[in-house]
Each structure stands twice: as structure tokens, then as C-alpha cells.
Design a binder for this molecule. Sequence first.
Ligand code: ADP
Ligand code: MG
Length: 563
Amino acid sequence: MKRAQDLKELLDRIDRRSYPAYKDTAGMYQFQNYVLSIDHVQGDPFAAPSKVSVIVNAKQAKFPEEYYGKTWRKAALQDMLIRHFFQKADRCSFQAKGSGKSGMISVSRPSQKILERSACQINEKNGEIVFRLEVGFPANGRTINSRELEKILFRFLPECVEESLYCKAYQKNQVSDVIALSDDQQFIREELKKQNLAAFIANGSVLPRATGVSDKPMNGAVKFAAPSSMEVSMQLPHAGKISGMGIRKGITLIVGGGYHGKSTLLKALESGVYNHIAGDGREYVITDETAVKIRAEDGRSVKKTDISMFIGMLPNGKDTKAFSTEDASGSTSQAANMIEAMEAGAEVFLIDEDTSATNFMIRDELMQRVVHRDFEPITPFIDRVEELYERFGISTILVAGSCGSYFHKADKVIQMNQYKPLDVTELAKKEASSFPFDPCPLKPAKTPEFSRMLFSPKIGGRDRMKVKTMGKDAVSVDRETVDLRYVEQLADTEQAVMLGMMLKYVLSTPSFGKKTLTEIVDSICETLFTKGMEGIYGGRYLPTGLALPRKQEIFACLNRYRK
Ligand code: ADP
Ligand code: MG
């Protein structure tokens, strides 16, 4: 390996030469307490910045081994390192000057959620830390200004590394607190299973967010307080005893007047599939990690999805056992979203009437009298919700502010009243019993057919595919765009970028043309498990800027690919 000094000399030599001479800097250099690897050098000062990584071994970093031996701890530790590195690097960015992206130091921007990111990865076996970032190699016009790059690589970067990637940079409790929180969150996840819960929301949680475009907690919010009848306690390994509202598996309704906090509660449950950082207000809001938000999504494409459980004999004679459309209606899109979530292993559905198709959710009695069931292709969700739980083990948590019909079906009814949950199950059941419900017998649903093949047997072969991402809203591969706007639990732009990579991976793997969607997603998950993100990315150096989505979002993305 070359020495840091070699890099310095090289930089001196190429100063004021034309930009491509920077290419010679690629390679690995031994610095005092880490290895600097220049993975890819940009072609000119206006192109995407150069890719650089810093490798610190366990002996130098000195984080206790038990802090990265478990997946959830490792994720929390990596996230903490990114957070600190980001703060430091943000202050140094553009301190070195020049044209175009000269002097830019770009690090993954952490969020309220703890995600597995390519920016920082710790090898659980040997404790080696790889930290990836991007640096705009400085130039004046197109003439190399290597003095400025020297500032970055020999002054700013060592400071960032010094202050974030070594255990000694942190105060004693700073690291152990992060690890402890991750343990407690993991404990609650396991406790959900033991106590037969779909979700847990601790007393004192802050659910609303600061603004519609911020994921930070709202100041002065009404803190969450469980109704005593739903209170559940747990003895956390670090934080001790904690109490809160346990939502049992089964069918749970959230009712209440407009603006009383129903959707806010549901949103918090949607987010609860991820762990949140300390101070977020949702640290102890934990939802079954397979939970999927189900909504209507007019216009989405559907390919060969068996929605016959909800929609039969369409007027145009279309087959609903393998339903395809380029432009789904509200009800068919919601039905497809639900069946595809089942296929993706969801054990909890989260539904808000605000974003549902009414005709998918209910058919009131008067309407049933006028338009007989035989002439209505839709079997509304209300007629299947119990069956979904009893036969398929899928719980439902449903916000229904305007429709009482679900009272008949619910195991629990929670009323949000001025942001406080009340258990109104008894009252709701009593009122419902005086509103007789006349269910005409309904044939049990056929188990949906999940052996769909979505990709053409001709995929593969092309290796230069262009992947683009539009924030969290869409990814495209070779100009074919996948709309992700309504995949609401996609939490981060970096997850969308990763989905783009996965789609490209699928399209370039010929054997996937003969595999079912489930087999493809299983294979992706297996590759991630054995080879990490590198296994999907395929290129020589894994770039920064990728984050792992859940399996459910991988399904969602592949399901929305139109070609
Ligand atoms: P609903 O779905 O019942 O109509 P929302 O959940 O949309 O109501 O909430 C309405 C408003 O109240 C939102 O602006 C939200 O930010 C705010 N809000 C929700 N929960 C709280 C709370 N616990 N404390 C303070 N404000 C809240
Ligand atoms: Mg609402």
C-alpha cells in the first residue's frame, strides 16, 4: 500500500495540470490511523464528485466488540457515526475553493430513522469500519488545484475521522446510550410477538411532527397516554419498566372527530416499522415490522395480481385472478395493494379512510338493497376483514372517522379525543348491537395465487442501464419510471436509490425471467444477507448514498414496474 506521503508528493506533481491528471490519485494510502481509499475520481470539476472511503480497523477505532455483534446494535452504531461525521463534514464542505463542485464534502444526511446505509458499514466479524463519502476535487476552471485538495485530504478529513470514527471521540455514555436504546427497541419488537401485539406506543410518546415536511417532533404536543384498559407494561433491559398502549392482534378501529389526531396516530404506527433516534418522540413506538400501509392509488399499474378475493367478474370480462391494468381505479388499486402486501408477508394492514376508496371499504345497507350483490363486482374489505385475520393471520388497524359499520367487526375501538386515546369498545359494541347487521352469507375467499412471473424471460443481456431517482417519488431504469409516491413507508431518498439498483439488478439477471416475484425478492434478500449491498450493486466500489429498504418496499417497487 502507498503511504500518505506518496499522495502528498503526487498532488504536488500534478498541481496546475489539466483535470484528468487527478485520475492518478486513485488507490489506497496508509494514513496514521486509517486507510484513505480514493475509489473513483471524477472526470471534471462539474461532474459527480469523486468517491472516497476511509477504513479504520477495530484496533484503531476501539469500539467494544459487543457493540457491533448484533444487527440492531451495529445499525445504531453505524448511524451514530454517520450523524457525527455528517455534522463535522458539513462545516468543512466548500471550505476549499474552486470551480464547479470543488471543495464539496458530501456525507449521507441522517434522518430521524435508523437505517442501514452504505455510508458507514462495520464488519461484524473483524470490526473494521468503512466510511464512504464524496469529495469534489478542486480546480480553477479545469486546472487542478491540488493545494486545495491537500487541505481536504490532509486537514479537514483527518479531523472529521478523528472526531467521529474512534470510540475516544465520544463521551462515555454517548455510545452506550445509543446501544442501550437499540437493545430496548429490539426488546419491544420481540415482546410484541410474545404478547400477541401488533404495535406498542409508550406513554409520553410525541406522535405529531413539527410540520408537514419535517420529520422532527412537534414542540408542545400533547403527549401520548394509554387508556388504562389497553395499558401494557414491559421491563426493558436498559430503561427499566415502561408502559403504554398495546394494540392486540385482530381488528382495531381508530375513531374520533376530525382533527383529533387519528391520522397522526396511524402515521406513527406506519413509521414504527423502523427504529427512531433518541429525542424523536417515537423511540418507543414500535409496530410489527411487516406492517404495510394500504391505500388507494388511482392510476398505478398492476400486473397479474389475484384480486379475486375483493373484485370478481368485471363488466369488461377481465380476469381478476390475474388482474393487469396500466391505470387502476381507486378500488382495484387498493385491492391490488392489499393482495401484494399479503404476498410480501405483511401481518398487519394499516389503513386510513382519508386515503381509501370508499367503495373498497364499505357498501351500506341501503345501497345493498338497491344494487344487489350479484351486480357488484366488489366485495368490500369490511366483508373480508375478519377472514383475513382468522384464516390468514393478518391484523388490521383502521382509521374510520365516518363509518360505523366496522364496529360490528372490531375487537377494539379507540377514540381519539383531543389527541388522547379512549377505549370506547363497549359503547361502540352496544350501539352496534342495536343496529343489526345483516350479513348475507359470503363464500370464503380463495387463497390468492402468488406464483406470478412479472419479468420477461428475455431480461438480462444489457449491462449499461441508466438508473435515476427523483427523490423518494420515483426511480427509473432506462427511462422506464416506477412511481413510488404512494409507497408511503419508504422513508428515505437513499432507499429509493437502492430500489433503483435492485431493479437494475433484477433486469440484468436472466434467470429472474423464469422466477416468480416471491422467488426474486427472496433471492435479493439472500444476496443482501450473504454479500451485503455490494452483491446487488455489482460495481467495483460501493458508493455512498444507498440505504436498505424493507422487503415490503422491494415488492412494492417491483410491482409498480410497467414494462
Ligand atoms: P384527524 O386524522 O383525526 O383528522 P390529524 O391526525 O390529521 O387528525 O391531526 C390534526 C392536527 O392535529 C395535525 O395538524 C396534527 O399535527 C395535530 N396533532 C396531532 N396529534 C397531536 C398531539 N398529540 N398534540 C398536538 N397536536 C397534534
Ligand atoms: Mg385524518
